[in-house]
Ligand binder design. Structure first.
Ligand SMILES: *Cc1c(COP(=O)(O)O)cnc(C)c1O
Length: 451
């Protein structure tokens, strides 16, 4: 295949992000204003986001040019490497060929800077002084803190309480980049106070932290809000992963039969998968695409496809997505980045259309897979990424059982160097599998807004 003019240039970084929306057979459901239940307008979003990102959120252009300032930062670590996991293949004694795209080479150690840099750039260009956000495991917070320091913005991060306690080094990294970090729920916001009044020992959740960040950003005219996953523009920015992977697979003379990614809010999964799904839709490929989520927070496999709030405090618009209910507080698994009650509307839409598959993995199986991977390939994955590794191992073992040689590509979305406490606990036998929290989910789903 001839390189598309928008794919890779001389320096091998994509020149444009790939927007899957215009290529879809059915458009996704609109995002609704929670008061009027009418589709949100750009004006509704202006207190929170810069115009450029609002435009991207609703864009039906297939390609959106990456500003040169953003590509200039991407150049520090992009293109990220694609590896063939030969030692892992041998260790598994599988006929499968396994490839992984490694996003842990970014300075913050995950895929998140791909969108953090873009969001900081557009905010700076439109005069924002301060960005407010939430973080689960700390990867998004550190990525945005870094991007803010590159573009001269202040950064405030609400960090989910359980991670704030489990991951002091992530917090230290954010502070090193110049951000201020507050554990969530906090007494600094009305949303945080409401939670603390009912649950003084709350371990927090992404849904709660989002409410706090949105509240602070909406009240400060010099501030905007930034989200590290879920939204269309975030998924869009992550497509650099898949665009590079398409070209790198071609350089390797191979094509994926199966593509695997882990899903918290859906952004790294979308990043690797959407460009390949676009090819599938054009009849130029037929790769299966598998999303892997934790059994303790199974939005895609056990959630309902319905309109719901993106946050616990009900400050956000309503999006149609696979959700466990915005009141659901997931168990404190170590994959903090996967503890979100909902799923990106676009990823949800693809599952509803049957264009992707979803599967769930228990915490201990995810860690076992990550350790097996590290022993073969040397890279210690983030706890979130362990879910993608576990999904890829399952596919590889199926190839072995069926005696079929398939090519598997998965996204290794980050390294686990800041998650060593999780590995210490795993090796000490202290990590638990969580049963599917059926009762709490049923309760949370009963509270879905009537739309
Ligand atoms: C944030 C994060 C995730 C979960 O978010 P997605 O939007 O689903 O990608 C997964 N892995 C890593 C390493 C992360 O930092």
């Amino acid at each position: 295949m001839k390189p598309h003019k928008y794919l890779l240039t001389e320096d091998r970084i994509p020149q444009a992000w790939y927007n899957l929306v215009p290529g879809l057979p059915v458009p996704p459901a609109p995002v609704l204003h929670p008061g009027t239940l009418q589709p949100v307008t750009p004006d509704d979003l202006l207190p929170l986001f810069p115009m450029a990102l609002i435009a991207q959120e609703a864009s039906v252009e297939p390609w959106i040019e990456i500003p040169k300032e953003v590509r200039g930062v991407y150049r520090h670590w992009r293109p990220s490497p694609l590896y063939r996991a030969r030692r892992l293949e041998k260790q598994l004694d599988t006929p499968a060929r396994i490839y992984y795209k490694y996003e842990g080479v970014s300075p913050a150690g995950s895929h998140k800077p791909n969108t953090a840099v873009a969001q900081a750039y557009y905010n700076k260009r439109e005069g924002t002084r301060r960005l407010v956000t939430e973080t689960g495991a700390g990867q998004w917070g550190s990525s945005l803190a870094m991007a803010c320091s590159f573009f001269g913005l202040e950064c405030k991060v609400f960090m989910v309480r359980v991670s704030y306690d489990q991951k002091p080094y992530r917090r230290a990294l954010m502070e090193a980049y110049g951000a201020s970090v507050t554990p969530s729920p906090s007494p600094e916001t009305e949303s945080g106070k409401a939670i603390l009044a009912r649950h003084p020992d709350s371990t927090g959740s992404l849904g709660i932290a989002i409410s706090e960040a949105v509240e602070v950003a909406a009240q400060d005219p010099t501030a905007h809000y930034a989200l590290g996953s879920v939204l269309n523009h975030v998924l869009l920015h992550q497509t650099v992963i898949g665009l590079e992977a398409i070209e790198q697979m071609e350089m390797a003379g191979d094509q994926p039969d199966v593509i695997v990614g882990c899903t918290g809010g859906g952004s790294n999964f979308a990043g690797i998968a959407f460009p390949f799904i676009g090819r599938n839709l054009k009849g130029k490929g037929n790769a299966r695409v598998v999303a892997v989520e934790p059994s303790a927070c199974p939005s895609l496999t056990k959630g309902r496809f319905a309109y719901d709030f993106g946050d616990t405090g009900h400050l956000t618009p309503l999006a149609k997505m696979y959700t466990l209910g915005s009141a659901f507080v997931p168990p404190g698994i170590h994959a903090g980045g996967l503890r979100y009650h909902g799923m990106a509307p676009l990823v949800s839409h693809l599952l509803d259309l049957g264009l992707i598959e979803a599967t769930a993995v228990q915490q201990l199986d995810a860690f076992a897979a990550g350790v097996e991977f590290a022993r073969a390939e040397g890279i210690l994955p983030a706890p979130e990424a362990n879910h993608a590794v576990a999904g890829a191992l399952r596919e590889a073992l199926r190839c072995k059982q069926e005696g079929v040689r398939r090519t598997i590509l998965f996204n290794l979305c980050g390294h686990g160097h800041f998650d060593m406490q999780a590995y210490i606990d795993y090796h000490a036998g202290k990590l638990l599998n969580f049963d599917y929290p059926a009762e709490e989910i049923a309760m949370a789903l009963a509270g879905l807004p009537a739309v």
